[in-house]
Design a protein around this ligand. Structure first.
Ligand code: PHE
Length: 462
């Protein structure tokens, strides 16, 4: 059983430090970049409503599970699973593999954001939106540049590693205390600014009013996948963060706050971006057809460019907000990796971070070169990149596998009661019955559906 306690386990300085840091991990590129394009693509309001329901039932239950499991074992993920017997170590191993795969490519996208931020300082909004009459040219020429894209990635990595080097209390908590409130203020300001733009109301209506004819199983699967990614679930993060939580903290309340925070930022991101896409692209159908990963880096700069000089300022504030969100998530990913290296090897925190940094830089450079020197490697078919491949492996394959294994492990091996008892140490947890049902039966089935739908197209079926 989980009795061994790591000797100098870090601790949050308080309940709010934990809530804020977990929210900071959750709020990231997933909210600002991924959520709006999925919402735009899958019918606006319909997607928003489905996402809301999933997040506050299913997402909340899984988040609570991870935090409570972390707090119960007081170990990081790999050791937490192993403490129940060697045969469960592979679940921990897979879970830990996820942040190791995500962090390098997350930093590449963080580098893109850093580049855009500096570009809005030095260039006019028009020159970022449009190079030689081609709207995506700025983006494409940057990401395919062999040197500049690496430099910006390294800058982003340096800030991330720098904060983690300062430790849980002095680095992570302090950085989040500054960046998270700033992020919210900027998000609200830009959302208001967007709504008052001429022509924005049509987009706002599309985003807020559900049209049930747009409902589809594909929509639900994408909403579920987004939820996992956005809440940083099944990625060893929340278990690690939970392991630093005080035994007196009320876990259901904390989990509900984290989930709400994350949802609000996604919601605001939609308000900032979906109406903009409407203004730039014209109609719901055009938005649905064109919405994709390039929404933030190509379509949105067009919207800023149409605002004239104000566009340069809005563009700057917008990318600062995205940078903060990306940094706080990258910090949490790095922290999860480092804390797991430390526990698995009993190296010092410093040594673990040093070795992880070498890994991060080498993998980042190689994956990033997938857009330039190594672009002949197209692991997922014509035109795909190394980044697409690692994103697919981590989010579409490993994440659902880890989620299913975790639910089965808690539901049938250690039994929900073990986690319920942990939660009840500091709260009444009236919803324990519904929660256990969710973890044992609903979650594994739903996640299995996500896994199968993700993988089938690559096996030539479906
Ligand atoms: N949840 C973060 C986001 O929405 C991404 C992330 C995934 C962060 C996994 C940490 C771990 O962008």
């Amino acid at each position: 059983m989980a009795t061994q306690e790591a000797p100098q386990r870090a601790k949050w300085s308080g309940k709010w430090a934990f809530i804020l840091s977990a929210a900071a991990s959750a709020v990231g590129l997933g909210n600002l970049w991924r959520f709006p394009y999925l919402a735009a693509k899958y019918g606006g309001g319909t997607f928003l409503l489905t996402y809301f329901v999933l997040v506050f039932t299913f997402g909340l239950s899984l988040l609570l599970l991870e935090i409570a499991f972390g707090r119960k074992t007081r170990l990081s993920v790999f050791s937490a699973f192993r403490s129940y017997g060697k045969r469960y170590a592979p679940i921990g191993f897979l879970a830990v593999a996820v942040p190791f795969i995500i962090t390098p490519y997350y930093c590449i996208i963080g580098g893109w954001v850093t580049k855009y931020l500096t570009a809005y300082v030095t260039n006019s909004a028009a020159s970022i939106a449009d190079v030689g009459g081609e709207s995506g040219a700025f983006f494409t020429s940057f990401i395919t540049s062999p040197v500049a894209s690496q430099v910006f990635m390294l800058v982003f990595m340096a800030i991330t590693v720098g904060v983690v080097a300062l430790g849980v209390k002095n680095g992570i908590e302090k950085a989040n205390f500054v960046m998270m409130p700033a992020l919210i203020v900027m998000a609200v300001a830009i959302a208001i600014f967007t709504i008052v733009q001429p022509g924005a109301m049509e987009g706002v209506a599309y985003y807020l009013c559900p049209d049930f004819s747009k409902f589809s199983p594909e929509l639900v699967i994408n909403a579920l996948g987004q939820m996992f990614y956005s809440l940083s679930l099944a990625m060893a993060i929340m278990i690690t963060y939970g392991s630093y939580v005080d035994k007196k903290d009320n876990l259901p309340t904390s989990a509900a706050r984290i989930v709400s925070f994350d949802f609000i930022v996604s919601f605001l991101a939609g308000i900032m971006i979906v109406p903009g896409a409407f203004i730039a692209l014209g109609s719901a159908d055009a938005v649905a057809a064109k919405a994709g990963p390039s929404l933030m880096f190509v379509t949105l700069p067009q919207v800023f460019s149409d605002m004239g000089f104000a566009g340069q300022i809005v563009g700057f504030v917008f990318f600062l907000l995205v940078l903060f969100a990306a940094l706080t998530s990258a910090i949490s990913l790095t922290e999860a990796c480092v804390s797991n290296i430390q526990d698995a090897t009993s190296w010092s925190r410093k040594k673990s971070l040093g070795i992880f940094t070498v890994f991060l830089v080498v993998c980042g450079i190689v994956i990033n070169a997938g857009y330039s020197g190594l672009s002949f490697i197209q692991p997922m078919g014509e035109g795909s990149t190394l980044l697409d491949f690692f994103d697919f492996i981590s989010n579409s394959v490993l994440m659902p596998i880890v989620a299913i294994c975790t639910c089965i492990f808690v539901g049938f091996i250690i039994k929900p009661k073990a986690i319920i008892d942990e939660i009840r140490q500091s709260s009444t947890f009236g919803a324990a019955g519904a929660w256990a049902f969710m973890i044992k039966f609903v979650a594994p089935v739903l996640v299995l559906v996500i896994l199968v739908t993700n993988i089938l197209p690559y096996l030539g079926i479906g």
